[in-house]
Design a protein around this ligand. Structure first.
Ligand SMILES: [Zn+2]
Length: 327
């Protein structure tokens, strides 16, 4: 474990079954699922309480991300983040077979007090959307705290939410404090702070697997919502030419920076002073680091340790890759 050279790491997916999930993590993203009908999330890179990713192939197979950070932090994370004791980002694929609850996440300060967890700013890149499926993101202009609190009492929350049709390829940034829900029929990739602090404000009148309504967290939500923020719309990135294709700068915040590469030839990614996360959004891509090559397939995720420095991405035909770094 201390000697094996690091390589582009792939982890075993941690699958979560929740009432709103389905089977599209398998039918679309090719994740091997069990028998259940409600697979909601595939945690691709995680280091959160009992959910810790394990390397799924190569010399480090079976080693946890937490142990890698403890024993090889600088090599993995780079010189700026090498002192961290927890991996800073959580990467998931989500299948919203049904609409998710209307929810909000706290910022770092409120997360600590209200949930004993990190804050949660997140970003989504939509992979698949059924016609007419919706994203709810932010409050309509002019919705005050008291108007929202009244709606929580009466259950008429939906009319206060800003919404738009979910379109494949759209990237949506959800800062902590933004009320949101992913609508039915959407499959997306989510990059977020390493946190599970979620405050549910409305669950569409449905009941959980035990036949009772799922718990809401109204007081915590009202504490966490940014009532000044207003509606959120998809980003409108421009594609700039790079070697091998184009690059679009997507979500950018202090926690993560996302870029989408559309490739028809080789290009370079990675850096010796930080790690890079790669998600395969379309097609197959080879990751070449010196002599060795690893495959990044559609629906897969790889972590490039900072010690690898620059690597080459080589599409098989054409591919689309999402890159994520801590800026
Ligand atoms: Zn969320």
């Amino acid at each position: 474990m201390r000697d094996a050279p690091l390589y582009p790491l792939r982890f075993e997916p941690i699958l979560k079954e929740l009432i709103w999930g389905g089977r599209r993590l398998e039918t679309i993203l090719k994740k091997p699922l069990g028998e259940g009908s409600r697979y909601a999330e595939s945690w691709e890179i995680a280091d959160h309480r009992d959910d810790v990713s394990r390397v799924d192939e190569g010399a480090l197979e079976g080693v946890t991300l937490r142990d890698l950070i403890r024993e090889r932090g600088i090599e993995l994370l780079g010189r700026h983040l090498g002192a961290l004791t927890q991996f800073p980002l959580l990467v998931k694929y989500i299948d919203a077979h049904q609409v998710l609850s209307v929810q909000v996440h706290p910022d770092d300060a409120k997360g600590k007090v209200l949930a004993n967890d990190n804050g949660k700013t997140e970003a989504w890149v939509i992979i698949h959307a059924e016609p007419g499926s919706l994203i709810y993101a932010g409050l309509n202009p002019g919705v005050t705290r008291s108007a929202f609190a009244n709606a929580l009492d009466t259950g008429a929350v939906e009319p206060l939410l800003h919404r738009f049709e979910a379109k494949p390829g759209a990237c949506i940034m959800i800062p902590a404090g933004t009320v949101h829900a992913i609508g039915a029929g959407v499959v997306l990739a989510e990059i977020q702070q390493m946190s599970d602090a979620t405050f549910r404000v409305h669950d569409w009148g449905r009941v959980g697997t035990d036949g009772r309504p799922r718990q809401l967290h109204l007081a915590e939500a009202l504490e966490s919502i940014d009532f000044e923020a207003g509606p959120v719309n998809p980003l409108d990135p421009t594609a700039e030419p790079i070697a091998g294709g184009t690059r679009e700068r997507l979500a950018h915040c202090p926690y993560f920076a996302l870029e989408r590469l559309r490739l028809n030839g080789p290009t370079t990614v990675g850096s010796s002073d930080r790690f890079t996360i790669l998600l395969g959004l379309e097609g197959d891509t080879e990751i070449r680091d010196g002599e060795s090559a690893k495959l990044l397939g559609f629906g897969q995720t790889r972590l490039l340790p900072s010690s690898l420095g620059e690597c080459q991405l080589v599409p098989r035909g054409e591919s689309v890759v999402l890159t994520c770094v801590v800026p």
